[in-house]
Design a protein around this ligand. Structure first.
Ligand SMILES: C[S@@+](CC[C@H](N)C(=O)[O-])C[C@H]1O[C@@H](n2cnc3c(N)ncnc32)[C@H](O)[C@@H]1O
Length: 388
């Protein structure tokens, strides 16, 4: 295994677990003449049954984990999402909620709490997550904070059948999807593959397969030397979601850019990022199964995949604007009145969620609808759909 001076050394049992996955990936590489695609490597590192980062039982999210997310930082985030969700459910005259990738379960707990206050609890709050460890943690969180609402929460192993009416939510799920990595040098596109060399994983760039080539072509990049990623799974993913959704809204929050910004000539090193124990770095080839690997989201590709799957883009804005339009200030004042000694931590939470240099601009919110025409209040100002 490859180590690095800049990251903490994993404990022995974690290293053993990691070594087992390395053997599996290496075995797959050895079955091929030219290694495996980066996308396949990322898929195995994150999702290989029993071994992958999201599938195996190690703590990932929160202070004791590798990274933290908006619902972990503040309940104000989930309260704002609850307000938008409440409005959608009211318009629909009822409906359910489906949360994709629910992490520790804290967002589900805070949303359910707030919907109870609004008097618009859904009959069902479905959760679909690939991680057995996180499912267990979600159950514990909901049991701790909203035990009386637990009977409404149902864990799924796959998307519900067609006919779902309501709201589908996903915070930081898109960035966890495996991506293809490509390079461009003097107009020639190559696919980045992962090989095993001198006892380590290494990269090897090979002629890009036709499908990837045509996707790269469509980006119209006019650069002499470039490296970036493409999430080729988006069309299939949105088709599956669209097959489930009969009527309602899908709200996805994640860090990313419009396509023009994503593939800007200056962003020539791509957006891949790894997190291990709250340290960010850019080497996905170390610690497979122990570290998170993510890529920023191309929201234009998201919008196109959703449109191709018969969903309408109903709103696109940054997190700061969405939260401001979804009652952030009111929820802040309410919490402050109830907890006057919490002024500093609450103000700090608002700063992290909203300031442009923190999560406010880098994180975006996109709303995708089906048979839903009502304007969404979270996008009533600062809607940036024209930029997609
Ligand atoms: C970065 S974490 C975000 C967790 C949580 N939403 C939050 O904001 O704290 C990604 C989550 O998505 C889940 N996940 C990854 N791929 C998924 C998929 N294809 N379907 C459903 N959940 C998935 C992971 O298990 C994890 O719970």
């Amino acid at each position: 295994m490859q180590f690095t001076d800049t990251l903490p050394m994993p404990p022995a049992d974690a290293l053993e677990h990691c070594n087992q996955l390395i053997h599996k990936i290496k075995a797959e590489i050895e079955q091929s003449d030219n290694g495996i695609s980066f996308r396949r490597y990322m898929e195995m590192a994150l999702y290989e049954p029993a071994y992958g980062y999201y599938v195996a039982g190690m703590r990932k999210i929160g202070e004791a984990g590798d990274f933290t997310t908006a619902p972990e930082i503040s309940p104000l985030f989930s309260q704002c999402l609850a307000k938008q969700t409440h409005e959608i459910l009211e318009t629909l005259g009822g409906g359910d909620i489906l949360e994709l990738g629910a992490g520790s379960g804290i967002m589900a707990a805070d949303i359910l709490k707030q919907l109870e206050i609004f008097g618009s609890l859904p009959a069902h709050y479905y959760i679909l997550d690939v991680s057995p460890e996180l499912k267990q943690r979600q159950k514990e969180t909901l049991q701790k904070y909203v035990p009386h609402l637990l009977e409404r929460v149902i864990w799924l192993d796959q998307l519900p059948n067609a006919g779902f009416v309501g709201v589908i939510l996903g915070n930081e799920v898109l960035d966890a999807m495996p991506v293809d990595v490509f390079t461009l040098a003097n107009g020639i596109a190559k696919e980045r593959r992962v090989i095993w060399k001198d006892d380590y994983f290494a990269y090897q760039d090979e002629t890009a397969p036709d499908l990837l080539n045509s996707q790269i072509d469509k980006l119209g990049l006019d650069v002499s030397s470039y490296l970036s990623e493409i999430n080729s799974n988006l069309p299939a993913w949105f088709k599956a979601i669209s097959n489930t959704l009969k009527q309602g809204i899908v709200l996805l929050i994640d860090y990313g850019y419009t396509q023009q910004e994503y593939y800007h000539p200056e962003r020539h090193m791509g957006t891949l990022m790894c997190h291990y124990q709250h340290r960010a770095h850019d080497n996905p080839l170390i610690y497979p199964s122990l570290q998170d690997i993510t890529a920023s989201v191309d929201f234009t590709a998201v919008a196109n995949a959703a449109s191709d799957a018969d969903m309408d883009v109903q709103g696109f804005t940054n997190q700061a604007m969405f939260l401001a339009m979804s009652g952030l200030e009111g929820f802040f004042i309410e919490r402050l009145n109830n907890n006057p000694d919490q002024q500093y931590p609450l103000a700090q939470q608002i700063r992290i969620l909203s300031l442009p240099a923190e999560m406010g601009e880098r994180f975006k919110v996109i709303a995708l609808g089906k048979e839903f025409t009502q304007t969404l209040s979270g996008f009533s100002q600062g809607d940036q759909r024209h930029r997609l």
